[in-house]
Design a protein around this ligand. Structure first.
Ligand SMILES: *Cc1c(COP(=O)(O)O)cnc(C)c1O
Length: 197
C-alpha cells in the first residue's frame, strides 16, 4: 500500500478550548472553524498558540472583513463577489489569503459550491485578485463515495494541467476520509472522530 502525504485539518467547531489545546500539544497546528463569532472567541482565547486558522463555513458578505483579517485560509469560496471583498479587505501587513474554491461536486441542490463545469472559468477570474492565493479545491459531499472523490481529483488535476499552481485538494471527513485519501486528497477535515478520542 502506497503512503501519500495528507494534511490533517482539525475541525474544531463546537469543541472546547481545552480539547483544542490538547490536540495542539500533540503537534496539530491547522484548525478549521465554521462560525465566525465562535472562531473569533476561540482565537482570542488561544492567542498564545501558533495556530493556522482555516475558515470552512458559509460566508456571508457582511463577515468578509473579519474573515480576511483573522484567518490564514478560507476554503469555502464559491462566489466572485465574496472573493473580491476578501481580496480588498485582506490587511496589507499580512501575506495573501490562502483560498480554496468550494465545488459542488455532485450537483446537490441547495448546496454551496461552484458547479464542476464552471470551476476553470471561476479559477481564471480569481487570478486578477492579487491578495488571494488560490491553493486548490474543497468539496463537502453529503456521503462521499469513491467515484465522487475521484471526480474531484480529476477536476483538480485538470486545473493543474491548465497551469494553475495548486497543492490542496481538501476532501474527506470523519465519515469518508478513507475513500477521499484513496482518491488522493491532500487534506482531510476531521471533526467528530478526531475530537471524540
Ligand atoms: C463539520 C465539518 C467537517 C468535519 O465533519 P466531521 O464529520 O465532524 O468529521 C468537515 N468539513 C466541513 C466543511 C465541516 O463543516
Amino acid at each position: 500500500m502506497l503512503t501519500l502525504p495528507v494534511r490533517l485539518l482539525a475541525v474544531s467547531k463546537q469543541q472546547s478550548l481545552e480539547k483544542i489545546r490538547a490536540l495542539y500539544a500533540k503537534g496539530q497546528r491547522a484548525f478549521g472553524e465554521n462560525y465566525l463569532q465562535e472562531a473569533l472567541r476561540k482565537q482570542g482565547a488561544l492567542q498564545d498558540l501558533n495556530i493556522e486558522w482555516h475558515f470552512i463555513g458559509h460566508i456571508q458578505s457582511n463577515k468578509t472583513r473579519a474573515i480576511a483579517e483573522h484567518f490564514d485560509w478560507v476554503q469555502s469560496v464559491d462566489r466572485y463577489a465574496i472573493a473580491k471583498r476578501l481580496n480588498e479587505q485582506r490587511p496589507a501587513h499580512l501575506t495573501p489569503l490562502n483560498i480554496c474554491i468550494q465545488v459542488n461536486i455532485d450537483g446537490e441542490a441547495q448546496k454551496s459550491g461552484i458547479p464542476p463545469k464552471a470551476t476553470l472559468a471561476f479559477a481564471t477570474k480569481l487570478t486578477t485578485l492579487s491578495r488571494l492565493n488560490l491553493r486548490g479545491l474543497m468539496i463537502y459531499p453529503k456521503r462521499g463515495q469513491i467515484t465522487t472523490f475521484l471526480h474531484a481529483r480529476h477536476l483538480y488535476d485538470a486545473l493543474i494541467a491548465e497551469g494553475f499552481c495548486l497543492d490542496t485538494l481538501s476532501m474527506g471527513t470523519s465519515e469518508d476520509y478513507q475513500e477521499a485519501i484513496e482518491a488522493r486528497a491532500t487534506m482531510v477535515r476531521l471533526g467528530s472522530r478526531l475530537f471524540s478520542q
